[in-house]
Every structure is written in C-alpha cells, then in structure tokens.
Design a protein around this ligand. Structure first.
Ligand SMILES: O=C(O)CCC(=O)C(=O)O
Length: 493
C-alpha cells in the first residue's frame, strides 16, 4: 500500500466458538481489535437490505425508509487514493455534510455509478462526487422494525443504555427540537457506494465501536493508541485527514514511522474497534453497515482522559479572557460540551445515575439471591455490578480534584427523586437485560416488581446514605456505602 507501512493483520474469530469471558480477556480488556464472524445469521437486515444479487436493496430503503432525513457527506472520489492535494490537515473538520432524504440519497446513488476505485479515464483525477450516508439513527427512528440484535459480546453498552432514558447534554440556549434525534443515541446505519470513505479519526468520547457489514466490503487501516502522536503535526494540534495524501515530512515528522494494521472486512463480519485507535475506512464495494459507539467499565478511563485533554485545550484557548469573564469555568464547560459532546457535569450526572441503577439492581438481586437460586448461580451478574460500581468509583476519585467541582456548583442529583422517575426504572430494566444477555441468565422476572414499584427495600442503600449526591466525593462515598452494604449481605448469608 503506497505511503504507509502495514505491520500486521487483525485476528478473525468465529464468534460462535468464543465465550464472553474470552472476548473480554483477549480483546476488550487488552484494547485490541478483532473481526468476529458468525454473529449475524438471524438479522432481518441481512435479508431485507440485500437484493438477490448481493447488492444493497436500494428500492427497499426508498420504499420503507425513504422519508428519513439524513446527513450525507459528499466529496470527490479521487480524494480517497489518487489525487495529490494539499488538504491533508483538516483539523476539527469532517467531510462536508448535506442534509437530504433517504430517497434523494438513493436517487443520487443510482444516477452516478462509480468507476473502479477512483481510477477514471483521466488518471484518477476525476471530480465525480460520491455520497456517503453516515450516522443515520436508524434504531431510534424505527423502533418497531428490529433490523438486528446487538451481539452479546458488545452489549455492555452504558452509553446507549443511558441515552435510551436520558440526554447526555442539553444546552438551554442552543437547544433545538431537531437535536432530539441527532443527539439521541450512538447507533447508526452507514450506506455508501464503492469508493466512499471515512477520513482518519479516533472515535467520539474515545469509545469502543463495532461495525457490521450487512452488505459489501470495507478496508480498514488502524493505528494503535501508542502511535497516535505520529499522525499529528509537529505542534501536536492537527491530525492527518487522509493517510494516502502526499504528507509533508516537515509538517508531520512522525508519520513515516507509523505502523498500521490492515483488515478487509467482508459481508456479515463485525469489526471491534477498541478505544483510541485512529482509523481510516474505505468501502471497496457498495456497502451498508451498522455501527455503534459504546463504553463500559473497561474503557471508562479513556473517556475521562479525553475529557481532561479537551478541557485543558478549551481552557487554554480562552485563557486570555479569564479576567474579564464573569463565569470563566462555566464558559469552559460550555465549550467542552460543544466540542466533545458532554462536559464534566454531564459526565458526572451520568456516572451518578448509572451508579444508582447498578446499586438498586445489586441490592435487589443480592437480597433475592435465595429465591433466584433455582435458575443457577447469579454470582457472575453480581460480580459485574460490583465491577461496574468499582470502575465508576475510580473515575469519581480522579474527578474529585477538578476545578469545576471545587465550589458550590448549584446542582445535585436527588437520589430519592431520581429513583422515583419512570426513566430511571427503564434504565434499571435495560441494565438487567444487558446482564442477562451477557451472562445468559434470566433474572428480570425476579427484580421487575421491586424495580418498578420502587420497593422500599431497594432504597435501603439510599436511605443509609444521604438524599443527594452533588460532587464526585459524594459519589465515592455513596459507592463505598453500597459496596459495604453488599459485603455485609453476602457475609450474613
Ligand atoms: O464505516 C465507516 O466508513 C467508518 C466507521 C468508523 O469509523 C467506525 O466504526 O468507527
């Protein structure tokens, strides 16, 4: 491959022969990519969205989902491999996006069949435009059409689970109704003709992602996080946009030293992209894929690290107006939310609500362990809830020292109020279902009554604590109380 050094391939493993524990130990915990096969057999998307010739069933999309409004970046296909250009440093930019309906997107796609990988009659210097439909919130838009089921390997997804009940960030000044879908979750459908591509990037929140090819083929180039500095310029500000551009050695002195993993992802294969791996992706065929971003106890520290970095950058940027600013910290938090998708307060509220959900479910299961015993051991679920809480506690400990939590922030999470809210019950149910799916146990029927009715027993941990959590320090203490309570239940049995 021109210009870059490929040093290896990515493991391809049949998911049917892999246990969840093996997936965690070999890939999730080690932050190592893998391609999983054999996990999409019963997906409706794999029949409905693919025609008899194995091509994307575009008329099915037009007929059933044609009215959806979507974002589609457009660009010259020759950008992807062949055109020499001087725009290799598009910091903070993505491909230019145009809003259109799915029907319009498909009409355009059908009008412009693409030639071989950008190799056109004039030496690849074609300016033919290829549209790529990205970040379509398909699941949120079509709740009654179950196109696929998330494989259990990748379902411990705190981000989407939380967003099914709450919003991550709502800025009252800039809030718009249309944000409702666009900020609603991180579950997407991508559709692009052969030659469409995604520039080099690491994922939002430094989350994990998984991407499943329902139709078509993708080529991935991945760079381990230990080498991410090599794709930044000498000031560590701008990131390379397209690794196949003619990259200036003066501007990007490290780039030549980068060693990449390459992978061809075939139809019906799912790639797991770990946290902080920079990657560039090319559609080698007309392709439809499903893509989720997510985080959990294994990569939560990546999310905080990114936020700390982005926060320091946001602060540095406006340092010279600190003295004339009424609420400098507030402005930093607003800028952080605008650039990163959430600020420290949003992240903290998320951690606090999620801890409360874990503690309520833990409390219910631990107390009902005897009744549930008939269905087999629930200890893997209990262990997971304890692990979730411990990982949040570690993050809260690091957040204790942040400037934004030093004074009276004027916000708090009322535990009793939160617990009474139906949104919170929904979060608890989803958490239980996730645990069931990961550990292959059925426990929902044993906990649903207590979760739904906010049985007083489930509030014991709350009652033993104070009523509200308003700082990371409180959250650390709250989790301590929950874990101590849990240990005492266990030892009394
Ligand atoms: O499929 C693509 O074009 C990009 C997907 C991607 O970047 C991701 O899953 O993180």
């Amino acid at each position: 491959m021109m210009g870059i050094e490929i040093c290896g391939k990515i493991d391809k493993v049949n998911g049917k022969g892999l246990s969840y524990k093996e997936f965690v130990e070999r890939y999730m915990e080690k932050n190592k990519p893998v391609v999983l096969t054999g996990l999409m057999d019963d997906w409706k998307a794999c029949s409905d969205w693919v025609d008899e010739n194995g091509q994307p069933n575009l008329s099915f999309f037009s007929t059933h989902f044609g009215k959806s409004r979507v974002q589609s970046p457009s660009f010259a296909i020759s950008d992807s491999y062949h055109k020499k250009q001087n725009c290799s440093t598009k910091e903070f930019t993505d491909q230019k996006r145009v809003e259109m309906s799915v029907s319009e997107f498909i009409d355009q796609w059908c009008k412009e069949p693409i030639q071989e990988h950008g190799l056109s009659s004039n030496n690849g210097l074609t300016d033919k435009s290829v549209l790529y439909l990205k970040d379509w919130h398909f699941v949120k838009e079509y709740l009654n059409y179950t196109a696929y089921s998330t494989p259990h390997f990748v379902c411990d997804d705190w981000l989407n689970l939380y967003l099914d009940s709450y919003r991550m960030h709502r800025d009252p000044d800039s809030y718009q109704e249309k944000d409702e879908i666009s900020c609603s979750d991180y579950r997407f459908v991508y559709m692009g003709a052969k030659g469409s591509w995604t520039p080099l990037h690491a994922d939002v929140f430094r989350s994990y992602s998984w991407s499943a090819n329902v139709c078509g083929k993708k080529q991935w180039f991945l760079l381990p996080p230990s080498q991410s500095h090599l794709v930044f310029d000498r000031n560590m500000k701008a990131c390379i946009y397209n690794i196949f551009d003619d990259i200036s050695e003066y501007l990007f002195p490290g780039f030549k030293k980068a060693t990449w993993l390459e992978c061809i992802q075939e139809q019906n294969e799912i790639i797991f992209v770990p946290s902080g791996w920079y990657h560039q992706v090319h559609n080698l065929d007309d392709t439809v894929s499903i893509n989720h971003n997510w985080f959990n106890s294994y990569n939560l520290c990546w999310v905080l690290d990114l936020m700390l970095r982005d926060y320091n950058e946001a602060k540095e940027y406006i340092e010279d107006i600190r003295d004339i600013c009424d609420d400098f910290e507030g402005l930093c938090q607003r800028n952080l939310a605008a650039n990163t998708g959430m600020n420290f307060y949003d992240f903290f509220i998320f951690l606090a609500r999620f801890s409360l959900a874990n503690s309520v479910v833990l409390d219910t299961l631990a107390r009902d362990a005897e009744n549930i015993a008939g269905i087999g051991s629930i200890s893997p679920i209990i262990q997971q809830l304890v692990q979730n809480l411990s990982s949040i506690q570690k993050i809260a400990l690091k957040m204790k020292f942040l400037e934004c939590f030093s004074g009276d922030q004027g916000f708090m999470l009322d535990l009793v109020e939160t617990h009474k809210n139906p949104k919170f019950s929904k979060l608890c149910y989803s958490l239980i279902r996730t645990c069931e799916s990961i550990h292959n146990r059925q426990v929902l029927s044993f906990c649903s009554k207590t979760v739904a009715t906010q049985d007083s027993r489930t509030s014991i941990v709350i009652q033993n604590f104070c009523d509200a959590v308003s700082s990371p320090q409180d959250l650390v203490k709250y989790i301590d109380t929950v874990l101590t309570e849990h240990t005492s239940i266990e030892s009394s049995e």
